[in-house]
Design a binder for this molecule. Structure first.
Ligand code: GRF
Length: 205
């Protein structure tokens, strides 16, 4: 996306938003090449939304109620995000699967980050599942979102050692330290370079 205007990021969050904060901090540098134009959440009263407000970034909340029509929810989320004309959508700890309508509206421009080395340990509990399996190395993955669960083309990965005495919490925190750096560096690359995907492999131009 080489362009003189900063790459417009809409970031989706569900929790504490430390990944979001890393992006906000990175965007403060004008040479970074991106700006967070809006932050969306699927729930209210989370620290992630407060971080956006503290930085004077527009926010919106779009909950998925129990039993709600998921297709409708997906269409509404698409419209909310589209209103901010993103170049890139970053799912940063957003705990909902993005639907087909959303993914076709922002085709190839939605990224996600996962606290494990995909394709190992996809899903909601990457650190827990890696720990339970007994791996000695885990890590973080940033990838292009497709319609599967954590199954899109891989943009970047970084390894994190698992300690003997790790709990799910200590491992996840160590991974998140690396995950934040990886998300920031990968977003910088996406904001400033062109890329294409052939047979799942991401090629930078
Ligand atoms: C990250 O590890 C993300 O990959 C996972 O949830 C965590 C979000 O952390 N899905 P935070 O809300 O950005 O602090």
């Amino acid at each position: 996306m080489p362009d003189s205007a900063p790459c417009r990021l809409v970031v989706l969050v569900s929790g504490t938003g430390t990944l979001l904060q890393a992006l906000i901090d990175a965007c403060a540098d004008p040479t970074y090449g991106a700006e967070v134009v809006a932050v969306g959440a699927d729930r209210d009263s989370i620290a992630g939304l407060q971080r956006a407000k503290n930085a004077d970034i527009a926010t919106f909340v779009h909950p998925l109620q129990r039993g709600a029509d998921r297709v409708q929810w997906d269409r509404e989320l698409t419209a909310l995000v589209a209103a901010f004309r993103p170049d890139l959508v970053v799912s940063a700890g957003f705990m909902k699967l993005l639907g087909p309508h959303f993914l076709s509206a922002f085709s190839g421009r939605v990224i996600n980050t996962h606290p494990a080395l995909l394709p190992s340990f996809p899903g909601m509990h990457g650190p827990r599942d890696a720990l339970a399996y007994g791996v000695k190395i885990s890590g973080a993955t940033v990838f292009l979102v497709d319609e599967g669960v954590d199954s899109g083309a891989i943009l970047s990965q970084a390894a994190v050692p698992v300690a003997e005495d790790d709990t799910v919490e200590t491992l996840h925190e160590r991974i998140k330290g690396v995950e934040r750096e990886l998300l920031v560096s990968t977003t910088r690359q996406l904001a400033n370079c062109s890329w294409h995907v052939i047979d799942r492999k991401v090629h930078w131009e």
